[in-house]
Ligand binder design. Structure first.
Ligand code: ADP
Length: 326
């Protein structure tokens, strides 16, 4: 009922009378009053004047389905969204419910208390300053193919940012950078049998409207936000929807045959590592080389200092620049 009333308020140009809302939904005036109050508690600014009715003045900056759907053009991605004000981690929640949910379901939160990066590392997720969400996927392809899916997320974020007027680069396999600093991280997790995927959860965390002093001190030299770089507040609702739109477009071929050639092309074109000297960190081992390309399997092709050329599967590998983060 609350959602329907909100919809009606949105559609009407000026005031809409309580009587009309009653007629439309067959509910009492008292029930309407209750729902309007509940919307106000959610942050909707609603004017009410006796004999005129109700008018929506403004909507809150939140990432619920109702708020992003006008920007959404997907078939199934983000068509069902679980919205949380505060949560431990969207990936954690997604993994808990994935068995009983359809592909494309999204968990989004305004704040994560235990946001995660790879290998249990932390992802700082301050309230309403970023976009933190996870997508549940159920592709019927071999589990071996899943690690390259991260590149679908990376390409989607990169192109969505471009559409919002922000140029970024992709640090294979899971980070998005602006001028060498991290603005987004992607964490892909999977549950599978030997040759069958149960589900994949892809978590995406983006630093959107953080000011410089809101970036934790120990990350100052390697993290940034869209606001810091573009010197403008960014519309989080639109950005999240654009990412989901582009994600689905790149993901559809993967469902068909496990290929993601279009996404890989974007990752190649906007790569932060191709052509650069890099350190390849794998557990405690560190090797030096030069990143040559990303092949059609989504692997990073590296020429090591001994002249050997090798393709690296994303897995748990981290890339660093020779003198710093990249
Ligand atoms: P890496 O980039 O080191 O391979 P991950 O991709 O797993 O690691 O990302 C986790 C790391 O990102 C953390 O260890 C921390 O250094 C950094 N980090 C944590 N929160 C943020 C954030 N909000 N923005 C940018 N970087 C962050």
């Amino acid at each position: 009922m609350k959602k329907k009333i909100l919809e009606l308020l949105r559609e009407s140009e000026g005031f809409i009378s309580g009587e009309k809302i009653s007629e439309e939904f067959g509910v009492t005036r008292a029930a309407i009053w209750k729902n309007i109050n509940s919307l106000k508690e959610d942050g909707y600014e609603i004017e009410s004047i006796s004999r005129k009715g109700y008018r929506l003045l403004s909507s809150p900056d939140i990432l619920s389905y109702e708020e992003i759907k006008s920007y959404l053009s997907t078939q199934f991605t983000g068509r069902k969204i679980y919205y949380y004000d505060t949560i431990k981690s969207t990936n954690k929640m997604a993994k808990e419910i994935a068995h009983n949910e359809e592909e494309g379901v999204v968990i989004v939160a305004e704040e994560q208390l235990e946001g995660r990066g790879r290998l249990g590392r932390t992802w700082e997720s301050p309230k309403k300053k970023g976009i933190y969400f996870s997508i549940i996927l159920k592709p019927q392809v071999h589990p071996m193919k899943v690690s390259k899916l991260t590149l679908v997320g990376a390409a989607a974020v990169n192109l969505a940012l471009e559409e919002m007027g922000v140029t970024s680069n992709i640090k294979w396999p899971n980070d998005i950078l602006i001028k060498g600093k991290k603005v987004c991280g992607i964490l892909t997790e999977m549950s599978s049998e030997l040759n069958m995927i149960n589900y994949v959860v892809m978590g995406i965390g983006i630093n959107v409207n953080l000011d410089r002093n809101e970036i934790p001190e120990d990350l100052q030299d390697k993290a940034t936000s869209l606001k810091i770089e573009s010197k403008d507040e960014i519309n989080r609702k639109k950005l999240m929807a654009l990412i989901l739109n582009k994600f689905e477009k790149f993901y559809l071929p993967f469902k068909e045959d496990g290929e993601i050639l279009q996404a890989i092309e974007v990752c190649r074109k906007n790569s932060a590592v191709i052509g650069n000297e890099v350190q390849i960190l794998n557990g405690s081992t560190k090797k030096l080389g030069r990143a040559l390309d990303i092949n059609d399997a989504g692997e990073l092709v590296v020429e090591f200092t001994d002249g050997k050329i090798q393709s690296i599967l994303s897995g748990e590998i981290s890339i660093r620049g020779i003198n710093g983060y990249i």
